[in-house]
Ligand binder design. Structure first.
Ligand code: NAD
Length: 259
């Protein structure tokens, strides 16, 4: 018996590194998944990997209210309802000091990472309520609990979704909707490679990449390690957990180890 037998999950950013890992794990646990992302080919290949009996996809831009309403309606139409949503789509933006940061890029990062989560909550909460409750997991970051240089828009956005999560947890409680964030440290996906390239850092494997040395566990995480925490929060294993911030960060939020 799977942890998600009979459950339906929407996963935004569903063809990306963390989203696809979560989709595969959720399907292995008996769930059916609707993947939402921008690129039709990537979505279709993710659906093919998982199997069309358990996975479907919708091309949608999470910043658009009508497309958000449509992806939620699509999950209800295809699978009969929604029990779980992973609001996970995100972009890193550029890496520049605030004084040089492009205003348009700041707005774009906030639109995807914050407005996209707000719209997801707005349209998915009624659908989950119709099923008698369920779970929403928002992908924040260690960037949601502390700062770094050069990433003002991203840092702002990942702090902001913790506020959205706390509000939604309080507003959703009477409908039995639990809402939490997962907060990864560097995970080995396209996004981290982009951040390293923009910072001019050399490539390497997951334990000798430059930013890995700053983590107590001295390596990057894998998307599957985030997916397992998403499974915990999405499933009844976390039935008394709501309004929480769940670090998946190799210990980096614990503090610093003297060299
Ligand atoms: P990724 O780039 O592989 O995946 C992000 C996905 O979001 C992509 O498939 C992208 O197409 C999609 N997306 C972007 N804009 C969209 C839009 N407007 N509408 C719909 N989909 C859109 O990166 P990832 O590492 O898998 O990131 C997933 C989430 O995890 C993001 O929210 C990211 O901020 C967060 N995160 C990642 C790391 C990391 O180190 N990789 C660390 C902490 C948090």
């Amino acid at each position: 018996m799977g942890k998600l037998d009979g459950k339906v999950a929407i996963i935004t950013g569903g063809s990306g590194g963390i989203g696809k890992a979560a989709a595969k794990l959720f399907a292995e646990e008996g769930g059916r998944v609707l993947l939402v992302d921008l690129d039709a080919d990537a979505l279709e290949s993710a659906v093919a990997e998982i199997g069309a009996d358990q996975a479907a996809c919708v091309v949608a831009d999470v910043t658009d209210p009508e497309q958000t309403r449509a992806y939620v309606a699509g999950a209800v139409e295809k699978f009969g309802g929604v029990d779980i949503a992973l609001l996970n789509a995100g972009i890193e933006g550029t890496i520049k000091p605030i004084t040089e940061y492009e205003t348009e890029m700041f707005d774009k990062v906030i639109a995807v990472n914050v407005r996209g989560v707000f719209l997801g909550l707005k349209y998915v909460m009624p659908a989950i309520s119709n099923r008698g409750g369920g779970s929403i997991v928002i992908t924040s970051s260690t960037a949601g609990i502390r700062g770094t240089t050069g990433m003002s828009a991203y840092i702002t956005s990942k702090h902001a979704v913790i506020g959205l999560m706390r509000t939604a947890a309080l507003e959703g409680a009477e409908s039995n909707i639990r809402v939490n964030t997962v907060n990864p440290a560097p995970i080995d996906t396209r996004m981290m490679t982009s951040i390293e390239e923009q910072r001019g850092l050399p490539a390497g494997d997951r334990s000798n990449r430059p930013m890995a040395q700053a983590l107590p566990l001295q390596r990057y995480g894998e998307p599957e390690e985030v997916a397992r925490v998403m499974l915990f929060l999405g499933s009844e294993d976390s039935s008394f957990c709501t309004g929480g911030v769940y670090m998946v960060d190799g210990g980096v939020s614990a503090g610093v180890r003297p060299a």
